[in-house]
Design a protein around this ligand. Structure first.
Ligand code: 5GP
Length: 203
């Protein structure tokens, strides 16, 4: 069996990255796996330990780094976030498409360990649209929204480091764009060699 595809998805807050990926998981079902990160941040209302994140202490987080359990990690705000490497490896071995929804700093480190990973950056149609989405959805203060927009602008600068840019204007279009990227990557010659050999040898 071919090894699965590792896909990094990043986007500023409010661009809908979680929604896009969750729609893709619905479509791909058992062919896809979403990595559950470890974090030192507090659990928010509605979140479940082991589902949204593995909520752990700073000590446990450091221990995981020292034991080589983190594929990548980064500080975001006052908290640390990291990707446990074992489930990623296991699911790639099983041929699945593995998604990491992570911020840009960590995203930059993934290719050091998995050079064949593909990185997708999701952008809003404009900063104005992003601002109105942030104002529409949350109970955040004006100051918090302005801070998120400032972070969004610096994160957008790092989109140049990514392999693909997907605009999330209409959700279904963004989902189908990401699906097209995945399909095209699956059909690359590197990933099709086993199939090709099988056809040639049975000729
Ligand atoms: P939040 O606290 O809003 O859930 O996440 C804050 C940021 O951390 C988001 O951009 C999210 O994608 C990112 N993040 C979540 N898990 C990881 C991870 O394992 N590694 C890195 N580098 N970033 C992560």
């Amino acid at each position: 069996m071919n090894k699965g595809l590792l896909v990094v998805v990043s986007a500023p807050s409010g661009c809908g990255k979680d929604t896009v990926v969750s729609k893709i998981l619905d479509i791909m079902k058992e062919d896809a796996f979403l990595s559950v990160s470890m974090t030192t941040r507090q659990m928010r209302p509605g979140e479940t330990d082991g589902v949204n994140y593995h909520f752990i202490s700073a000590e446990e987080f450091n221990r995981n780094i020292l034991e080589g359990e983190m594929l990548e990690y980064a500080q975001y705000g006052d908290n640390f976030y990291g990707t446990p490497i074992s489930p990623v490896k296991k699911n790639l071995e099983e041929g699945k498409t593995v998604f990491l929804i992570i911020e840009v700093e960590g995203g930059g480190n993934v290719k050091k360990i998995f050079p064949e990973a593909k990185k997708i950056f999701i952008i809003p149609p404009s900063l104005e649209v992003l601002e109105s989405r942030l104002r529409g959805r949350a109970t955040d203060s004006d100051e918090a929204i302005r801070a998120r927009l400032r972070i969004a602008e610096t994160e957008l600068q790092r989109a140049y480091e990514y392999d693909y840019i997907v605009e999330n204007d209409v959700l279904d279009n963004a989902v189908s764009d990401v699906m097209s990227i995945i399909r095209a990557e699956q059909l690359r010659i590197n990933n099709m060699q086993n199939k090709l050999r099988e056809v040639i040898n049975n000729a």
